[in-house]
Design a protein around this ligand. Sequence first.
Ligand SMILES: Nc1ncnc2c1ncn2[C@@H]1O[C@H](COP(=O)(O)OP(=O)(O)OP(=O)(O)O)[C@@H](O)[C@H]1O
Length: 585
Amino acid sequence: MRALRHLNKYFLKYKYRLLIGLFITIIARIFAVAVPKFVGDSVEIVEQYINHSITDINEVKSGLITNILLILGSVLIAAFFTFLMRQTFIVVSRFIEFDLKNEVFEHYQILSLNFYKKNRTGDLMNRISEDVSKVRMYVGPAIMYSVNTITLFVVVIGYMITIAPQLTLYTVAPLPILSISIYKLSVAIHKRSTIVQQYLSKLTTFTQESFSGISVIKAYGIENQTLTNFTELSNTSKEKNIDLVKVQALFFPLMVLLIGVSNLLVIYIGGQQYINGTIKDLGIIVEFIIFVNMLTWPVATVGWVTSIIQQAEASQVRINEFLRQEPEITNTVTTQTPITGNIVFDDVSFTYDDTNITALKNISFSINSGQTIAIIGKTGSGKSTILDLLGRLYDVSHGEIKVDNTSIQKLNLIDLRSSIGYVPQDAFLFSDSIRNNIKFGKTDASDDDVIQAAKNSAVHKNIVEFSKGYDTVLGERGITLSGGQKQRVSIARAIIKDPSILLFDDCLSAVDTETEEEILNNLHKISENKTTFIVSHRVSTARNADKIIVLDEGKIIQKGTHNQLLEVDGYYKELYLKQLSEKEI
Ligand SMILES: Nc1ncnc2c1ncn2[C@@H]1O[C@H](COP(=O)(O)OP(=O)(O)OP(=O)(O)O)[C@@H](O)[C@H]1O
């Protein structure tokens, strides 16, 4: 129960609603308990008429009608309060589920990239959906049924003891057996349903991958193999489902059996006690039969609730494990630190702690606001890592990065990141309209701003050709943009932000050289007072930069302007000549 203490703050938040729920439950149970009493009274009246204690049939009739009306009234009131009971407890559980999901999501967002590399996306999603749902079962149904059971027990058993203590003892004796059996059954059901759930996830992942990769499957003609794999998986899933159904099928028969045993005990012991005079009237036996049936479900819920609490505890442990993770990169500066964009890398080295790859080794260079720096190098030479360090997605392992003469760690992280416009290597677009995808960079941008940004990134003409223009929806249910179009929408998103630092990570690789030139010309104008980093494999992208650095295996092997680098033999000149000859071909 220790992990579930995390939820106490939410119980405190909704304490008044919960107290009202408690009060309502007590009222609902009191009225529900009144029903057997009125039924018992009715039987007593009939019994008295048979014994000739009452001789007037009209007195019997009016007694019965009064009881029927009382039963009807009690049932209606109990039903109404039961409805209110669900409305309070279940609604509070939905509020707490909402709060907890938001808390987890908010925490996920502040965690560093390393966290996302160490944990699988499926796991992150499960904790925010599956696990939170299990915890909700504790804050909602489990608490509601517990309050219900306790109230019913106190009221019903208290009343039963006052009218027939010995019979009460015999009647309630089988109930703990019911409770324990249901608990054992719930645990078994939970175990098997977890396995079923795992197979369901496997099936979902398999089908999702098959559909996403349908073009590869068709191109390689492996439809039959894919079908065989699917059939195998779904067959095992079916078997696990049958295992689960077998245990579930025991639930109700077990309840009916134990209720039956209790009923038999009431009739047998109650009958004997009536015969030997311990019980004065038959109405008591009828009352007890109804009470036993009333108590069965709450008793069964004790076992069920215990299993719910155990599952919720396990889920909350998993949730807490993530909630207690501290972000590796935090904002320690609360004052504002406006950024102009003079950047210095001073002997920077960086090692990825998961792979132990030293991606950067003793990197030093500087760049002033308004200037453009191009980073060129073979694949895996550390180009993207430089950009990631600048956005403080990771902290340097050695050396220092200074922005406007201040160490990057001493800058307000929010100011730093909001002064950066980043275009990643793999353009990521959301399943939303093109307009919203561009406005993601600046949510309050006007339509004119969006169009201007799209024009500058040379994608406007493509967008207006779509029938819905800027309202065209992208993603699964919408249009699929070409690689080059995606890159340009992603560039528009960075430009519209009007940041002081622009980071372009090989984002012109999928556009033809003509469009590349158009974009670079536009960027030249836009980035007059900005610091621009352009990562590229192409000399054509880098040639006009104020500075070019060439990386190889994490080290700077060449530095200079285009003309300076052409004067010396080396990687840059070789690349230039190679790309020049490719162009001529
Ligand atoms: N997130 C990461 N976790 C662990 N290692 C990484 C990570 N990203 C990159 N690396 C490793 O660091 C090295 C440098 O990678 P980086 O992405 O910076 O190179 P790059 O020059 O941008 O390559 P490319 O031109 O292919 O994009 C590579 O060896 C890579 O495997």
